[in-house]
Design a protein around this ligand. Structure first.
Ligand SMILES: [Zn+2]
Length: 107
């Protein structure tokens, strides 16, 4: 498994393998907190787990504005903000090491 794939799996695991916005466990992708379009990086601290429909819907919309939109739809935006805060502060290196250890055992 490439480093990119391990990193992706570690980010999904960090976020509980569900979309940070709607909590769907299906069709997971990575979403940039600050879009690449606006100068965001591909670092784990700028990436959150996001289902394909939410990712598509958000597009280039700023995360603050997207949260307002989700709030209008009745989603608990305080809980979503809390998940995002946790995601961007969490060190994924231990998760990456754990994934690599498990993989090494099975090779
Ligand atoms: Zn979603």
């Amino acid at each position: 498994m490439s480093h990119g794939k391990v990193k992706r799996r570690a980010i999904y695991a960090r976020d509980g393998n569900t979309c940070v916005y709607c909590q769907s466990p299906d069709n997971l992708t990575l979403d940039h907190v600050l879009s690449i379009f606006r100068g965001g990086k591909n670092a784990a601290t700028n990436l959150i787990t996001c289902c394909a429909p939410c990712n598509h819907e958000r597009g280039h919309v700023r995360i603050e504005r997207y949260l307002v939109r989700l709030g209008r739809r009745g989603l608990d935006t305080e809980a979503i903000k809390e998940r995002i805060r946790y995601a961007v502060l969490c060190d994924i290196q231990p998760i990456i090491r754990a994934i690599e250890l498990v993989r090494a055992k099975h090779e």
